[in-house]
Each structure stands twice: as C-alpha cells, then as structure tokens.
Design a protein around this ligand. Structure first.
Ligand code: GAL
Length: 656
C-alpha cells in the first residue's frame, strides 16, 4: 500500500528554516498562536512552530461539507480555509485544490457519523447505472515533497471495496470498507509536479452496492525524524509550569514526555529514527492534550460547576466552611474553604467528597473522604479499609458494612465539624437504608458519625444512631418509630457547644439536640435527656427539613424546606435568640420566586464570607433522574435593617 517513494526529500522544511511556498497565504488554523507575518517579498509562509503545531497537515478535508468555515475545535490544514470545495482557488489560502465536480457525485449526511465523518461523498443511485465509472477525484496543490495521505470512509451501507490511485499509480486495491465504522486507509506518496492527484473508485463495482464513498482526506508532509526536528519540537512545545494553567493529569503526561524528549537530546538513550519518532509523537500528542483548567471569577447558580481538574463537582447536600488545614505541600496551617458533600458520581448511592478553595469560586478535589463499602469482605481484603478500620472487632465491622453498604445504604447531607479539644474532625451525616423489617431506603432513619485526624480523611465510621424522642407530655407526631433522624445539619455556638439539627418523627418535626464535648454523640443519652436543656422539638407537624442554622448579629436563623423528596418546594425560615429557645416563623425569604420553589432548590447550608461580609445561601437543585448532574444554587443573602432575610435569584454574581 505504499507508493514507492524515494528518499524523503524535504527534511521537515521548516525545521531547516526554509519555508514552503510563496507568501500571501492566510493561515487558516485557529490552533496556531504565534504566526510570524512574512516581510514583503519574503518567501516565508509558515513558521517552524506552525508546521509542528499543525501536525504538518496541509489539507484536512471534510468531504462534501458545504460549510464555509471550520467548526470550533476542528483542525484546518495549512493550505485551506474551507472544509471542502470544488476544484479551484481557495478563498483564503489561494491554493488550488478541491474535488472535481461530476453528475453522479452527491453529498450525503449521515447522522451516525462523527466529526469529519458526518458528511461524505457518495454516488447518486439514479445516474450511476448510465455511467461507466463512478470515481471520486481530488487534486491538491502541494510543493514538491513526500506526503502521508489518509483517507477516511464512514460506511453506513453494505460492505464495499475501494481502490485508490495517487499520482497515476494504484496505491490501494480492493480494500474492504466495513459497515458502521470509520475505515482509514493511508499511504505515503511523492509529489514532483506541484499537485497531488487522487482517484478513489471501485473498478469492479457497477451498481450502488459497490460505488465508492469518501468521508475525509488528510494530506500531511512526511517529516524526517531527526534530532533537529525533535529539538525544534522541544523548543516550540515547552510550557513552563504547565500545572498552573492545565489540569494535573494532562500536565503530568506532558511533563513526562517533555523530559523524555530532552533526555534523548542530551544524549541519553537511543537516537535512532524510531526512538526520535516515538519521543516526538509522545511530546506532540501530550502537548496537544494539555487541557486548560476551568477558572471562575464569579458564581453561576444552576450551571455545571467544575473543579480545578474540570470534573463536575460532586458535593451535594453539602456544607462549606473556613478551616485551618495543613497545606498539602508544606504541611503548614493555612486557612482554606472546605466543601463536603454527597458523591453522586454513580447516582443515588455514594460516599462523601471534599473540595478545598481559596476564593469560593475555584475548587480543588480532595477526594472521597468517607468511602462506602462494596461488601463485608472488602473491609478485610482492601488495604484502604484494613488501615482505616484497624482494631475494629468483627461486630463493629459488620456495622460498618451495614451502614456504609454501597448497594443498600443511603448517605446524605454530610456535615463536618472540627473539635479543637482533641484535634479531631467529626463528620455527621444522614445514615439511612433498609432494616431487617423494612426494605425502604429510609427505614433506618439514623444520624451517622465518622471521625478523622485530618480534614480530608479517610474518615472512620463510628456508628449510626437514633436520637432524642418526644417527651411523654408532648404529642409525638409519629409514635410508632422513636428517635428518627433524617435531613440534618450541625451548628457550633459561640460557647463551643455543638448541636445537631434534624428532621424526626417521620419528617414531621424538626429537633435540635446538644452534642457531647467530643461532638461524636448526644450530650445526654436519649433515655435521660432533658427537654429544653438537651434538646427541643420544633414546629411539630410542620414537616420541615433541609435545615441550615447560622448566627448573625446575636440572632439565630434557621432556614428550612418542605418535604417533597427531590422536588423543590417553598422555603421557610425562623429566628430565635438562642439555639434551644423560642423560634419564630418568618416565612419565605425568597424574593421574586413566583413558583415558590426556593428558585428550584433545597437549602443545605448558609455561611458567611467574612472579607466581603456576604452571607451565602447554598442549595441543591436536584435532578431526580440524573442525580449526579444535580446543580448548586448559591445566592447572596440580603439582610434588611430589622434583620429580615431576603434572597433573590441572580444567574451570575461575585463577592464584593
Ligand atoms: C429530600 C431530602 C434529600 C433526600 C431526598 C430523597 O427530602 O432533603 O436529602 O433524602 O429527599 O427523596
């Protein structure tokens, strides 16, 4: 399949500093950043860097496309400014190229095709029977030299064969073009007369089952893999500190390949053609794969929010707070924003994720800080779990496997609290799932606790508990199941006392219960807990959940939602002079929320950004069918003079 080629005559013309054609060609490609404009009369057309960056590609023809420009991300060859055209002068590059028009050739769009295989040339069924040949002809103006030609065929039809002639010689004969796939055929050819001529045909085929099709044509200069080429590539493709601008993954691959290319240049290892080619291609490939990090300088409520590796953030039903944490590189304590939340990457069930940030806009993924458990045996076989649960008794491990079970457990609304007394991070969450007597996902109705010495875990599950119960002298709204705990949050008061706020009594009544000094359990066991001192019940029968409690100017605020599963509903907030005091209903704080759905979200946390003195409402816009794609609604809260709270929707906003 090789067009017998002689010596590759132009060793990558550009690398030698010579350039290809006469001046006057507009560089079409958007991928070329630093094009040097030629001086008048100068025979320079493309810089070394441009050729390298363009993959030496002179033409990249999207056959039968009638578009007059390249779509975003599409790669134009250096000699063209339109994806395809009938033979003639290119409007931008002034090179002469294109397909030869014929009566039987028709464009076809195929919805199954991808990228440059969406459109293709095919042969008109009505005219083909009357004609003897059904060839597809393309001609391209190129300088003398050696080229790699790639022909792409996306075939939605029956299997057919193809022949290709190039420069009058047969280079491909009887090659099978398989159905429903992109078939690429390539060969190398030499051009001495300034024009590369292609003929794509099937010499045997005389009916529509056999006629040729053609999706793309690429023509690239065949480079010579010399030390000079590699050295030019290293120079053109060196990026300082790639990890600052590009994702960690793409920077790492790039840096490794750059290093290997440099090693070869410094005389280490083999410098044979194959070795140079490999280093060159790896460098070029990984350079092109460098992926810019998303950088935000504002909030976009409701839009997909990506972390610094460009992955959509998974921290639903979460909480944001400022913590002093050890810097990952230096170990020194630094103040960071920490966001914990539900990992819904795989849908409904998952562990707990954490992210860190300096500015609240850009978040670095810190991993799954509490993992769920695939099976009981995983706790004894996986290194990760063996380390986290070292010292646990068999019974305790059973409990971990039950409460964090990846197929059955429900882990929601995680909230983190730091305990200065014993330097421990304590993670509370809504720990639910079926029980021995019920298959419901919300039968357990417990609050779960896990602890770690470091903010980003791994967190070790300690237990899941039912909490306080309705005192005998009050009306229990759900007496058949005592001490339930579902949607929850935490709050640490100015005196250091921590509280858990949660939906109980089958979500009919909110409770606030005091935690012990370790923050790992209730201050007083439910059997002995004193109403008003250890806990209170709020709004019995009002059916509130998704609580977010905060303290501002001596007043305690409690934001809540109604209980309608993943569907949003109307918010309501309450205020009080103390955590276990009298809470007063202040109604819905949302302004202009005509559908009364809290701007299609459900509260999860409210916190202060101290520098701009902005209180931020954090809510979840759940997408029940695609939970992993659920969005975050963060909005600034306005406090009126009398302390009333107002939230309006803005599609983009900044801290001031
Ligand atoms: C909501 C709750 C969510 C989740 C959901 C399941 O009411 O706030 O955390 O439990 O129900 O339907």
């Amino acid at each position: 399949m090789r067009n017998r080629v002689c010596v590759k005559r132009f060793l990558i013309v550009a690398a030698a500093g010579l350039l290809l054609f006469s001046a006057g060609c507009k560089t079409p490609s958007s991928n070329i950043a630093d094009r040097k404009e030629p001086e008048p009369g100068e025979k320079i057309e493309w810089s070394e860097r441009e050729l390298l960056m363009a993959d030496f590609l002179l033409y990249n023809v999207d056959c039968a496309s009638s578009a007059d420009s390249f779509a975003d991300g599409e790669w134009a060859g250096l000699c063209q400014t339109v994806p395809d055209m009938p033979y003639g002068e290119d409007p931008g590059s002034h090179k002469t190229w294109g397909y030869r028009k014929s009566d039987y050739l028709v464009p076809e769009t195929d919805s199954l095709g991808k990228g440059n295989t969406v459109t293709k040339w095919t042969v008109d069924r009505d005219t083909e029977t009357e004609i003897k040949t059904t060839e597809i002809l393309y001609d391209f103006e190129v300088p003398e030299g050696t080229y790699n030609v790639y022909l792409g065929f996306y075939n939605p039809f029956s299997v057919r064969k193809v022949d290709v002639d190039c420069e009058g010689n047969n280079v491909i004969a009887g090659e099978k073009i398989l159905r429903y796939q992109t078939n690429e055929l390539s060969f190398e050819t030499e051009v001495t007369d300034g024009e590369l001529n292609l003929k794509i045909y099937n010499p045997e085929g005389r009916n529509f089952m056999d006629t040729p099709i053609l999706s793309y044509v690429k023509i690239a200069i065949t480079p010579e893999y010399t030390i000079e080429l590699l050295s030019a590539a290293v120079e053109a493709m060196t990026v300082e500190n790639p990890e600052v601008r590009y994702t960690a993954e793409s920077s790492k691959a790039y840096s490794e390949n750059l290093e290997k290319a440099k090693e070869l240049l410094s005389g280490k290892g083999s410098n044979g053609t194959n070795s140079i080619k490999l280093k060159f291609e790896n460098l070029r490939g990984s350079f092109k794969m460098l992926t810019e990090k998303y950088r935000y300088d504002s909030f976009h409520p409701g839009a997909v929010w990506r972390d610094t590796e460009n992955t959509p953030i998974q921290a639903h039903g979460g909480q944001v707070q400022q913590l002093e944490i050890p810097d990952s590189k230096t170990g020194k304590l630094v103040t960071k924003w920490v966001w914990v939340g539900e990992d819904k990457t795989n849908g409904y069930r998952g562990g707990v994720c954490a992210y860190s940030s300096d500015d609240l806009y850009n978040w670095q993924y810190e991993g799954i800080i509490m993992r769920n458990v695939a099976s009981r045996s995983a706790l004894e076989t996986s290194d990760y779990f063996r380390e986290v649960y070292a010292g646990y008794s068999s019974e305790e491990l059973d409990n971990v496997a039950l409460a964090l079970n990846a197929d059955r457990a429900v882990i929601e609304r995680p909230k983190l609290i730091y305990n200065e007394k014993n330097k421990q991070y304590v993670l509370w969450f809504h720990a639910d799932g079926p029980t021995e007597t019920s298959d419901s996902n919300y039968a357990a109705a417990c609050a779960g606790v896990a602890v770690s010495d470091s903010p980003f875990g791994p967190y070790r599950f300690v237990g899941r508990y039912r909490l306080n119960t309705c005192p005998a002298d009050q009306e229990d709204k759900y007496p058949q199941s005592k001490g339930m705990a579902r949607d929850m949050n935490l709050f640490k008061d100015t005196d250091g006392t921590a509280y858990i706020i949660y939906s109980s009594e089958e979500n009919l009544t909110l409770y606030i219960s005091k935690l012990n000094d370790d923050f790992t359990y209730l201050a007083t066991d439910p059997a002995k807990a004193v109403y008003g001192k250890d806990f209170i019940r709020l709004f019995p029968g009002a059916q509130r959940e998704a609580p977010a409690l905060f303290l501002k100017d001596g007043k305690y605020y409690l934001m809540t939602s109604g209980c309608t599963g993943w569907a949003p509903n109307q918010a309501r907030y309450y205020v009080s002079d103390s955590v276990l005091g009298e809470w007063v209903n202040k109604g819905d704080p949302c302004i202009g929320d005509d559908s009364h759905t809290t701007f299609e979200s459900q509260s999860t946390c409210i916190f202060l950004e101290p520098e701009s003195n902005t209180w931020i409402y954090m809510g979840d816009r759940w997408f029940a069918d695609t939970l992993n794609d659920s969005r975050y609604i963060w909005l600034p809260i306005v406090f009126k003079e009398n302390g009333d709270m107002e939230i309006s929707f803005v599609s983009e906003w900044k801290l001031r």
